[in-house]
Write a protein of this length. Structure first.
Ligand code: IPE
Ligand code: IPE
Ligand code: MG
Length: 242
């Protein structure tokens, strides 16, 4: 079993760079509406934004970046939108992975793979395998991800492994999560003005800092990345201490 990379939480003075940033990439549909375009055009524009945002966080020294691309609840959208989204995600993997690999990025997937098409599943597994030994930034794509499903799956796996009740601990739960081996997110960003988690990293977000911006995801550029990191740097994290 991989041991957790998390260290016990220490109070953090202002000025720090977050080790792990997680982003709820929201607002593609509203971005499209304001430009007189279709929702799938909005998703296409959102996917084209990934490249610059990944690099902008990397340049600022962020070591782990998690991107919420598709939630367990997003299956309830119209079939044609879901199909378009998966096509776009597949295209972005095809067009970006080799370059990310050259830059030393390690890719990970958070969520369920079993409900994805065999083609998309293969593309994801191939990109994880290709980049697994890289030592640069870790980029996690949360795709068919749900925080509650993750916790239920962890409990099921513990039972299947015959874990004894007295051995169930927070640290053990941590190791059964999709994020095993990674630090918890320090900063969670949500674009588009909504102020909710929408089932994202609900276990891991217990002590995250939150940053909400009205900017729609396709418009969230390098300057917006800098703003979010500057706000984070001004926060004083206490973790229950004084
Ligand atoms: C985020 O944009 C992308 C996904 C949830 C897949 P939305 O599609 O939710 O955009 P809005 O919220 O309708 O503007
Ligand atoms: C959250 O956005 C999921 C992703 C960004 C992938 P949604 O647009 O699905 O969230 P709600 O429905 O507004 O809560
Ligand atoms: Mg939305």
């Amino acid at each position: 079993m991989i041991t957790s990379a998390s260290t016990p939480e220490q109070t953090q003075a202002a000025g720090a760079v977050p080790r792990h940033v997680a982003v709820i990439m929201d607002g593609n549909g509203r971005w499209a509406a304001t430009h007189g375009k279709s929702r799938s055009d909005g998703h296409r524009a959102g996917s084209e934004n990934l490249r610059r945002v990944i690099r902008a966080f990397g340049k600022r020294g962020v070591r782990y970046l998690t991107l919420y691309a598709f939630s367990t609840e997003n299956w309830d959208r119209p079939d044609d939108e879901v199909r378009a989204l998966f096509k776009i995600l597949n295209d972005v993997i095809q067009s970006e992975v080799d370059e990310l690999h050259r830059e030393g990025v390690r890719l990970r997937h958070l969520g369920r793979l079993d409900r994805l098409s065999p083609t998309l599943r293969r593309a994801i597994c191939r990109s994880i395998e290709l980049t697994k030994d890289n030592s640069g930034m870790t980029v996690c794509v949360a795709l068919d991800y749900g925080g509650r499903a993750e916790i239920v799956e962890a409990a099921r796996s513990m039972i299947a492994d015959d874990v004894k009740p007295e051995d169930v601990s927070e640290d053990l739960f941590r190791r059964y999560m999709y994020t095993n081996g990674m630090p918890d997110p320090d900063l969670i960003i949500r674009t588009s003005g909504e102020q909710r988690l929408s089932n994202f990293l609900i276990w891991q977000a217990a002590y995250a800092e939150y940053y909400f911006t009205p900017v729609y995801w396709p418009d969230f550029d390098e300057a917006e990345v800098a703003k979010a990191l500057d706000v984070y740097a001004s926060r004083h994290r206490r973790f229950g201490k004084v």
